[in-house]
Design a protein. Sequence first.
Length: 471
Amino acid sequence: MSPQPTDAGPGTGGTDRAGSPQPADAGPDTGDDGLGIEPIHGGTGNEEWFRRARRVIPGGVDSPVRSFASVGGTPYTVARGSGAFVWDVEDRRYLDLVQSYGAILLGHAHQAVTDALVGAARDGTTFGAPSRGEVLLAEAICQRVPGCEQVRLVSSGTEATMSAIRVARGFTGRDRVVKFDGCYHGHADVVLAGGGSGVATLGLPGSAGVPAGAVADTAVVPYNQVPDIDDRVACVIVEPVAANMGLVPPAPGFLAGLRRACDAVGALLVFDEVITGFRVGPGGASTLTGVRPDLWCFGKVIGGGLPVGAFGGRRDVLAVLAPDGPVYQAGTLSGNPLATAAGLAVLEHVIPADHQALTARVATFAHDLAAAISGQGLAVQVPVVGPLVGLFFADGAVGDYAAARASAANGRYARFFAAMLRRNVALPPGPYEALFPGFAHGPDELALVVQAAAEAAAEVAAAEQGSALAG
């Protein structure tokens, strides 16, 4: 059966163990409360909440891709979540494939996580001193990732990648950084060039406010091609499975080639596993691919839905960090008891057999999703790596950022997104994101997505055919 029926939605006029229309303007502020902001009373809908948000938050969102700028319409405002579902402020339920862009693995409000948070909060939320939780989480990460001998916790993926690059420069005494077109490593100046994710979604070449000098030592090269590097390079940073230009798996030999190239010139290889870490398998992408970097960057899953990041790797490399070495890095809330408790609860809840079962279930889902969409006459590619799923409306496989951009340019993702949202299935609101089915998405939930996708694809195909005939 289809997902539960619904009236017109925003923007569109089984559990196991483990470039489009812009948002409506908020309108002038007419209140006289001394702040130039009119208090709003009684409004409970998505339109009203977004109107309020746009008055006090730039663009109405705290992360740009949430704005629906690339898919059109008004974003739904989430009131609560449970398992595979979220409910908006109008009490409409959505089958959620966003899952906080990969930060949620077990499902929303999983009891193991909420219990851990409640217990930790009773003892205090932050101390500015060493705590047991940060040691336990660091031990859990190192135990699960062969070759990762030490870890330092931070508060975001951006902090993790920024710090890893600083460590690589400090260790090698070199300045040059090589990254790949379409890979997103957070919003630090040095890696914003050629970024995917929200940078790509909004059609930005990089970011204003980044001086030329900040990226003068950053080289951007095509993904899935091993670059020629020399002894000026401090590090090569890469998403081992690219998940910020849609989902683009590494080509055979690509990661091993990067390892050889770095070894040949004494550069460090950095895996950005903020998305893939502990999602594509218990040891992340390095275990899945068999290629071991010098440094790892983690985030998302290791915080159980709370703000977190980490960078780790070889002990000799990390010895350059203060207080033992000359490379400075610090953070007031790094390793805070809430995030470490939530992250540890997730890691301890999942065993390798759970990952294997999820991977198998999602592989079937990806196959069925592709068949449902292509069966309505729409060309589609649905790559899958572990439980990560991509969605490209393209005739052939997508292997780099240029192909991902070409797929996004046809505008079909936005139309499909809206059609799915009308059927209460929430996809990421941009064509450069991955889908994140997790442990809360059982066979029944995934079957609902497939059925909705067949209906949505038929709707999009019919509309396109009508437009072609009218033209």
